[in-house]
Design a protein around this ligand. Structure first.
Ligand code: TYD
Ligand code: MG
Length: 478
């Protein structure tokens, strides 16, 4: 206990000074009253920056703050729903992820690494909407008008009357927005925008949040769809912006390897649709092209007759895709064997190598192992374990997987093959692409009408899988 006579707590006569600044984390957006070396919310170091306190934009932009809004509880059943009209982007894969098109007045945040194709997708969307007779306004704070024109020239079918504006001041954008009353406004990117009511530098958390709130409030009022392009940092989080995620209706992530043509569009949040849908694109000379049959794309370059390859049906949301896992096992020339993995987590591969080594009769401990997922895809599903084990075993034994077989199952530390989610979707996709056999976890059942001509082969454990490979494959000639 203190015995010095001080009053603990706030003495009544002292007025607390009004807090004018807070310290916001540039990574997660959490706010602290004073500077700290480490953000207590996300645990990162040296990420707090000082910001002035303004009105709370996430509240300001919400429907409860619209003028004329009455605060009265309503019975859910009595609320009238006007069927949400949607503005089709005419890009099938984009519409699918949005849940059937853009909802007027909705705010969409499109995040992705630099160079992945966000500006291309945004421009193509604006162009398609303009071509369909609606009006689009494309605001760029990153590129000059000439650069935009050059990009548009490279893309097919961009109508010459798409309005572009190179501007970073939100207020100026709002003036033009009033004047043109477009159906969609693209802001590329939100990190380059600034507005007067926030005083910090462009790109700071405060600016990004204030600009987004200002533009989003206007989109709601005017009934315009607003597409905000946002950069993500190296570790994959949207720069600045967990706060932005509250503010917008849809959060989309555009992913892919820059060295490959394949791109995935995923919804992390969607107030108007499911987050289980993914859009698949390829980036080519003519911009982004929608891919309706991703499996066919991934298997196009497969050489059916080489050991060390196995096909697995993975799921992206509710969308099954067949991808090829490749493994190469080679004699190690150093004391410590090398393990190199592309498109699949190193730890998962190390675990499966240990399981294969201990639970089956193939030895791998002193061998170099290289693993790759063909086509620049990333596979994170445990459902791909069995296929990876088979690819490794196939390379080690120099025996090809039969060309008409795919495999799917999770592998446990005991070597047992475990069941996976949505096996029905996976089997149907394999059957659709003409595969005749699918290795599945023992005990899993598939209705006959789903599997078509594809015969299920139950596998109990990795030893069983290796035995099956030995029995049903030919020794490679090469
Ligand atoms: P971009 O849309 O500018 O990416 P972001 O806005 O996400 O930074 O596109 C990036 C890359 O795409 C660029 O390096 C060039 C390539 N690209 C094509 O391959 N084909 C095309 O038709 C276009 C327009 C771009
Ligand atoms: Mg860009």
């Amino acid at each position: 206990m203190f015995t010095t006579g001080f009053t603990i707590g706030r003495p009544y006569s002292v007025r607390m000074p009004k807090v004018r600044t807070v310290f916001a984390c540039t990574q997660c957006g959490a706010q602290q009253p004073r500077w700290l070396g480490r953000c207590p919310d996300c645990g990162r170091w040296e990420t707090l920056v000082e910001e002035r306190v303004g009105p709370n934009p996430s509240i300001e932009g919400s429907p409860a703050f619209e003028p004329g809004h009455e605060s009265k509880p309503q019975a859910l059943g009595e609320i009238e729903v006007a069927g949400t009209p949607r503005l089709s982007t005419a890009i099938g894969e984009f519409d699918r992820v949005l849940g059937g098109g853009l909802v007027p007045g909705s705010v969409i945040l499109l995040g992705g690494e630099p160079g992945i194709g966000k500006s291309t997708l945004a421009l193509q969307t604006a162009a398609q909407i303009q071509a369909a007779g609606a009006r689009a306004l494309y605001v760029s704070g990153e590129e000059s008008a000439e650069q935009l024109r050059l990009r548009a020239d490279r893309l097919p079918g961009i109508p010459p009357d798409v309005r572009v504006l190179t501007e970073t001041r939100s207020e100026v954008v709002l003036d033009l927005w009033h004047e043109l009353s477009p159906d969609i406004v693209v802001i590329d990117s939100i990190q380059t925008m600034c507005c007067e009511r926030a005083e910090s530098a462009a790109g700071s958390v405060a600016q990004v949040r204030e600009c987004a709130a200002l533009l989003a409030a206007h989109a709601k009022q005017a009934g315009t769809a607003l597409l905000l392009v946002g950069h993500v940092t190296k570790d994959g989080s949207l720069a600045g912006p967990r706060v932005l995620e509250h503010l917008v209706d849809v959060v989309l992530a555009f992913e892919g390897e820059r060295a490959h043509a394949f791109r995935l569009l995923r919804a992390g949040k969607n107030r108007f649709g499911s987050t289980q849908e993914v859009g698949v694109f390829t980036m080519g000379a003519g911009g982004l092209e929608a891919v309706e049959n991703p499996s066919e794309l991934f298997l196009a370059e497969r050489s059916a007759s080489s050991p060390g390859s196995c096909i697995v049906p993975v799921l992206e949301g509710t969308r099954p895709m067949l991808v090829e896992l490749q493994a190469l096992v080679a004699a190690s020339s150093y004391g410590i064997p090398r393990r190199t993995c592309m498109g699949i987590e190193d730890g998962r591969v190390a675990l499966l190598l240990a399981v294969l080594d201990r639970r089956s009769d193939i030895d791998l401990l002193s061998r170099d192992v290289y693993v790759n997922v063909a086509g620049g895809v990333r596979v994170a599903e445990p459902a791909s374990d069995l296929a990876l084990c088979l690819a490794i075993a196939s390379s080690r034994l120099d025996r090809e997987m039969p060309a008409d077989a795919v495999a799917c199952g999770e592998v446990g530390l005991g070597g047992e093959v475990r069941r996976v989610a949505r096996l029905d979707l996976r089997v149907r996709e394999a059957a659709r692409l003409g595969f005749r056999r699918i290795l599945i976890p023992e005990g899993a059942e598939i209705a006959a009408e789903l599997r078509g001509d594809c015969e299920p082969i139950p596998i109990k454990d990795v030893a069983g899988a290796v035995a099956w490979l030995r029995a049903s494959s030919s020794v490679s000639a090469g």
